[in-house]
Write a protein that binds this ligand. Structure first.
Ligand code: SF4
Length: 377
């Protein structure tokens, strides 16, 4: 673990400031040939100014679709069918497209896993950043170009003054990602939504991006981050959401979730985490029940009351640390389920069972289907 991955000192975000982004009971459906897929099913969370909230979970858990619902940059087959999204005082869900367009890049910006989605191949990168600065901050063109150069340096583009007029195809994938981050920051957004922004970059650039994100949040920018890399979660997150099959199963301050994961799925996820895992392996096909606890076909602790009805109610364990599991009781020894799970063989909790009411192919979250466990969505 490099210094850049060292856990950040947390205290500034542990305040009662009003949430900048509030997501309440978000439901997003993807139309597939087999019928509607409930990719995001009743997800709620908030992000405060200067706070970093990380979403973790295996491929197909709904992490990316949650983020894309927030910025309303969904694939054409996907649709938000319920819930509320609020940025400050404004409902993002109710905004007409032209107003949403003016807010995107200005108050909220999205960094895609694939940087090519953010880059226009026919314009030099400097021009794309300059244009974004001018649109969102009404800055004169000379000053905007100076700021574009500063941004390119800030995201770690070497010899930025020489590269500013290069086209996207003249950059490596890692450098394209850095340029995409620069474009996202050009409008000085209040919140950055970043989906696996460090996946395509080497360790040095990853460290630089981590430092950049830290400095942004120290300056007050909020960060909603999807990553499969638990080292990055540890280095950046103030709070963590653990998602499984479109639902949040555990949420809380990062140090509490890491120190004491309460949900059997979180425990399995942490246990199976391996930074050097083969990310090309085929995704498992898993049975996903349509009601009750979605994890029960794979859960070694499942009992009758885990089935049917709604998702198990969230139970709290200390400040803000909550878990959706019928076994958890706030006053009970929270290590009981964890210890039980540890006695199970590694991977036991991830095995599929075929007797549920519905199925979800782990690679079928959407048209841009995700891959294997641990692979970014
Ligand atoms: S014990 Fe039941 S509610 Fe808890 S994770 Fe397992 S299946 Fe879900």
């Amino acid at each position: 673990m490099t210094d850049s991955h060292a856990p950040r000192r947390r205290n500034a975000r542990e305040d009662d400031s009003t949430p900048l982004l509030s997501v309440t009971d978000l439901r997003t459906v993807i139309r597939t040939a087999e019928g509607p897929l409930h990719a995001v099913d009743g997800v709620s969370f908030s992000v405060r100014p200067g706070e970093t909230v990380c979403i973790v979970g295996e491929s197909g858990s709904g992490k990316s679709i949650t983020c894309r619902s927030v910025t309303r940059l969904l694939p054409s087959a996907a649709e938000i069918v319920g819930g509320e999204l609020t940025l400050g005082e404004r409902s993002l869900r109710a905004l007409p497209p032209e107003e949403l367009e003016s807010i995107r890049g200005d108050r909220i910006a999205h960094v895609f896993q694939n940087p090519q989605r953010s880059l226009d191949p026919v314009y030099p990168v400097g021009e794309q950043i300059t244009e974004t600065i001018r649109i969102h901050t009404a800055t004169p063109s000379e000053e905007a170009r100076r700021r574009a150069l500063t941004l390119l340096r800030r995201v770690g583009i070497p010899r930025a003054h020489e590269r500013i007029d290069d086209y996207p195809h003249e950059f490596s994938g890692g450098m394209q990602q850095r340029v995409a981050v620069a474009i996202a920051l050009a409008g000085e957004p209040e919140i950055l939504v970043a989906d696996e922004p460090t996946t395509a970059v080497d360790a040095t650039v990853q460290a630089r991006l981590i430092e950049l994100f830290r400095s942004l949040t120290d300056e007050g920018t909020a960060l909603l981050l999807v990553t499969h890399d638990l080292r990055i979660v540890s280095a950046l997150a103030d709070r963590v959401l653990v998602m499984y099959a479109g639902t949040v199963v555990e949420r809380g301050p990062v140090e509490r979730v890491f120190d004491r994961p309460l949900h059997p799925y979180t425990q399995a996820l942490f246990r199976s985490y391996d930074a050097t895992a083969d990310r090309e392996s085929a995704p498992p096909r898993r049975t996903i029940p349509a009601d009750g606890c979605r994890f029960r076909p794979a859960c070694p602790h499942a009992v009758e009351r885990c089935a049917g009805g709604d998702q198990p109610t969230f139970q709290g364990h200390g400040t803000d640390h909550e878990v959706s599991c019928v076994h958890f009781e706030p006053d009970a020894d929270a290590t009981a389920v964890l210890a039980d799970a540890r006695r199970s063989s590694p991977g036991r909790a991830m095995e599929p069972r075929r007797d549920g009411e519905g199925t979800q192919d782990e690679g079928s979250e959407g048209p841009e289907g995700p891959g294997a466990m641990g692979e970014p969505e």
